[in-house]
Design a protein around this ligand. Structure first.
Ligand SMILES: C[S@@+](CC[C@H](N)C(=O)[O-])C[C@H]1O[C@@H](n2cnc3c(N)ncnc32)[C@H](O)[C@@H]1O
Length: 292
């Protein structure tokens, strides 16, 4: 009953339709994601996957996950939708100077020895799973500082990721003030450019650092990484955590082939290689080395 005299406006209630992911479609997608990029998708990830892929359904004007799966697994879908789907599925959390003791170990232990052994050579370093560029640009700053103290030292950085969305962001090299907060003030002054429009709240990495990094799309599940050269240092941090043990082992064996004798690989703080059948030796917490 409404209060006497009250006027009730009858307006249509607009309920946005959100598709739900059935167990069958989740099974199709999770198997495919695991096979394509190694990322494990146990049942607990169903809600997350559903939420992330809603955006793809909306932009394709689709109303059901079954239609989406049928399209994705078609020839046209494999051509057009595979990359955007993988962009949604990957977790890209990263930071400048993430896990900072790694950068200290690099400059205080790894590089001084490397410079002695390779006078005049160029250090080649790979940020494998580089996300939106914070890790390779941090390396750039740290290595540039080392170069100032060690004339003659030079470096180049390869930075790869499976996600084209984050690679595009990395190439622009534009970050918000809050994203660059972990960068020390003296490094900010040297290596970050302020926008002419001070109110924009964004900064850009200086061109001299940008030109040191080559970004490229690379899927760790590919048999051939398309690399001829071996590397001196690999950073592959907070990536293998998304893979199961057999996938981790296969990937580390492949990394090992791309490491020079004596090369180092840095893993994320929660990632251990212990128990994996890979000839790498632990030299520091979550840092491993290929014996000479
Ligand atoms: C959490 S981020 C880590 C970024 C950075 N290394 C760090 O520690 O801050 C993991 C990155 O690995 C990438 N990745 C996941 N699976 C991959 C695969 N199969 N091949 C290449 N990159 C992958 C993701 O796209 C994501 O950007």
């Amino acid at each position: 009953m409404h209060a006497a005299g009250a006027v009730i406006m009858e307006e249509p209630c607009v309920v946005e339709h959100t598709a739900t992911l059935s167990a069958r479609d989740f099974g199709r997608l999770s198997r495919f994601i695991y096979d394509t990029c190694g990322i494990k998708m146990p049942d607990v990830k169903k809600t997350m996957l559903e939420a992330r892929l809603q955006k793809r359904l909306r932009s394709l004007g689709m109303h059901s996950f079954t239609d989406y799966c049928d399209f994705l697994f078609s020839t046209a879908g494999m051509e057009k939708e595979l990359v955007p789907m993988l962009d949604m599925v990957t977790t890209n959390k990263t930071d400048f100077f993430r896990e900072p003791d790694h950068f200290n170990y690099l400059t205080q232990t790894v590089l001084p020895e490397w410079v002695k052994r390779h006078p005049g050579a160029t250090l080649s370093i790979w940020s494998a799973g580089c996300s939106s560029g914070e890790e390779p640009y941090t390396l750039c700053m740290v290595l540039s500082e080392f170069a100032l103290r060690n004339p003659g030292f030079d470096f180049r950085i390869l930075a790869t990721d499976i996600s084209t969305r984050v690679l595009d962001k990395a190439r622009t090299a534009i970050y918000t003030e809050s994203q660059v907060e972990p960068v020390a003030m003296d490094l900010k002054k040297k290596y970050l450019l302020r926008s002419k429009d001070r109110s924009s709240g964004v900064v850009r990495i200086v061109p001299e650092l940008r030109e040191k990094v080559r970004f490229r799309r690379l899927n760790f599940m590919d048999e051939d990484f398309g690399m001829r050269d071996q590397l001196d240092v690999i950073f592959c941090r907070n990536v293998i955590i998304y893979f199961d043990r057999p996938t981790q082992e296969r990937l580390l064996q492949r990394f090992h082939r791309h490491m020079k004798p004596g090369a180092y690989i840095f893993m994320g703080h929660s990632e251990t290689l212990s128990g994996l059948n890979v000839p790498l030796v632990s030299v520091y917490p979550t840092v491993y080395r290929r014996p000479r």
